[in-house]
Design a protein around this ligand. Structure first.
Ligand code: AMP
Length: 192
């Protein structure tokens, strides 16, 4: 099992890159943001509840997010590994993920952070908001709140994984293909 965690601030290109990497390495792509949006679209109880946080740019509380991610792993069937996109986003989530994978005899193989300057990303998200239909992409105040959530709750994950020698920062500015190459250079160290 190769379990890769892709993290980076909103707009850094996690989803775009995950689409390429999942094909290249035959990994199951799990995006908690996508799962929440799927639930919102389908009007499930989980979706309606999560939307109250997501629309403000706040993180959804850990307990529910962790349970949702674990269910998605359980339901994935046989796979060569996972590409976690947007999870974990808090230390509690990272600890839960370690414990959950360990219970299956697996572990996080590597975490890769797509790095980019906040101001570039805010502009990217506002641009994306024109077509994505996502309320959390359309309002600069909500976008800035998402960065604050990242800085407060997600940034500490870098040292969490650094301490485990599993942290790889990658320059997230460049063409999509260039960035895929940078990410592949890291993942290639762990696949045969
Ligand atoms: P994303 O598509 O990854 O940017 O996620 C969109 C929104 O979904 C985030 O701003 C959060 O409100 C929520 N979300 C996604 N993943 C998580 C997570 N791991 N923990 C808490 N909230 C999350």
């Amino acid at each position: 099992m190769v379990n890769i965690v892709l993290f980076g601030k909103p707009g850094a290109g996690k989803g775009t890159q995950a689409e390429f990497l999942k094909e290249q390495y035959n990994l199951t792509h799990l995006s908690t943001g996508d799962i929440f949006r799927f639930n919102i679209k389908n009007g499930t109880e989980l979706g309606l509840w999560a939307k109250t946080f997501i629309d403000k740019g706040d993180l959804v509380p850990d307990e529910v997010t962790i349970k949702m991610l674990e269910d998605a792993v359980e339901n994935a069937g046989n796979t060569a590994g996972f590409l976690f996109d947007g999870f974990p986003r808090t230390i509690a989530q990272a600890e839960a993920l370690d414990a959950f994978l360990q219970s299956k005899g697996w572990s996080v193989t590597a975490t890769i952070a797509l790095e980019a300057d906040d101001e570039i990303l805010v502009q990217r998200l506002l641009e994306r908001g024109k077509t994505s239909g996502r309320p959390d992409d359309q309002d600069e105040e909500k976008i800035r709140n998402r960065y604050q959530e990242y800085n407060e709750k997600t940034a500490p994950l870098m040292s969490f994984y650094e301490q485990q020698n599993k942290f790889y920062p990658v320059d997230g500015i460049g063409s999509i293909a260039e960035i895929t190459k940078r990410l592949s250079a890291v993942i290639d160290n762990f696949v045969n």
